[in-house]
Design a binder for this molecule. Structure first.
Ligand SMILES: NC(=O)c1ccc[n+]([C@@H]2O[C@H](COP(=O)([O-])OP(=O)(O)OC[C@H]3O[C@@H](n4cnc5c(N)ncnc54)[C@H](OP(=O)(O)O)[C@@H]3O)[C@@H](O)[C@H]2O)c1
Length: 302
């Protein structure tokens, strides 16, 4: 198969591209810096500045992961606009690309797997959350809702659309763990606020497998929660991480400190959703790393 990937240079996309190349697929990556992208990806990957660079080699599937990092900078009004517009513009460009393929009488991809996040649901307190749960209105929800809505028009072209509401992606070399490990390794880790907020998480290998599953199973469309079947509270996450590092987790960070330091972005750490992957389960997808213990053992233990 030929797969077009946006965000292929990122934490998730890079692993996806490696796995696709290992599986004998052809991979075209859309990147703002194609030459840099080519340096960091398997040499078999092609890199281009926009999807239109690949109009003569139509993909069988698209995976859309590009977007300004959500926790990279404080959420000023300008940064909030960037978070939304980077995702909406990247997604809209893919819809336009498919329209151009159609106009040129070229084959359309069968499917687009498009990113979204657990933030779609907003703060859900302690209740269990599946794909039907009504969202709590807040910035994270608006961001994800606009990202998802930008992908919707692709359905009218006959392209199957599967959306992944992704939990915190865990693996070595990036993502949430790269930020959490330094204080925890020094024995300075602890819960955030009262630690009761849920942290849906997913091992990067399982997320990549879920993307491949959605590409290959022709009946699967709509939103899919991409978090492991056993989400944990922040308190449990901190304790489990500390245990795997043989360190204590006795330095809680009070909510007011996070609010003062991060502003509205502190909601990423202080609120959450007990998000369950109901639709992936119903579709027969099995998680290789269903518990945090198993995932952290794979990632951290020698
Ligand atoms: N990692 C997580 O825990 C997590 C959790 C929930 C949801 N997600 C979502 O899943 C997607 C993939 O996650 P990830 O961790 O792999 O992300 P990432 O490492 O931050 O990579 C995303 C890619 O998007 C591109 N990008 C960055 N800023 C951009 C901008 N302003 N405009 C357009 N493109 C931009 C970059 O590619 P180029 O530099 O090559 O253009 C980058 O490699 C993201 O959209 C993220 O929001 C991730």
């Amino acid at each position: 198969m030929r797969i077009l990937v946006t965000g292929g240079t990122g934490f998730v996309g890079k692993r996806l591209c490696e796995k696709l190349i290992d599986g004998g697929h052809q991979v075209d990556v859309v990147s703002r810096s194609p030459s840099q992208a080519a340096r960091g990806l398997p040499r078999e990957c092609n890199a281009g500045k926009s999807a239109m660079a690949f109009i003569d080699t139509p993909p069988d599937a698209i995976v859309n992961l590009a977007g300004e990092p959500i926790a990279g900078k404080r959420w000023s009004d300008a940064q909030k606009k960037r978070l939304i517009s980077s995702r909406v513009e990247a997604t809209t460009a893919l819809v336009e690309f498919c329209k151009a393929l159609q106009k040129a009488d070229k084959p359309l991809p069968a499917v687009m797997v498009s990113g979204s996040a657990m933030g779609y649901y907003g703060d859900q307190g302690q209740k269990k959350v599946d794909e039907e749960t009504p969202p709590h209105p807040e910035f994270a929800h608006r961001l994800c809702a606009q990202w998802e809505a930008a992908a919707e028009p692709i359905k009218a072209l006959g392209v199957r659309l599967a959306i992944l509401r992704i939990g915190l992606v865990l693996d070595e070399g990036g993502g949430t763990l790269a930020k959490m490990l330094p204080p925890f390794k020094l024995g300075l880790g602890g819960r955030f606020g009262d630690g009761r907020q849920f942290m849906p998480w997913v091992h990067r290998e399982d997320l990549v497998e879920a993307i491949l599953y959605l590409i290959n199973k022709s009946g699967l469309e709509g939103p899919f929660n991409a978090g492991a079947p056993h989400p944990v509270t922040n308190r449990e996450f901190s304790q489990t991480l500390a245990r795997h590092l043989n360190r204590p987790a006795i330095f809680p960070v009070p909510a007011f400190v996070l609010k003062a330091g991060l502003g509205e972005m502190s909601r990423l750490l202080l609120t959450g959703a007990d998000m369950r992957p109901e639709r992936l389960h119903a579709a027969g997808f099995n998680f290789g790393y269903p518990t945090l213990d198993k995932a952290l053992a794979d990632i951290l233990d020698d």
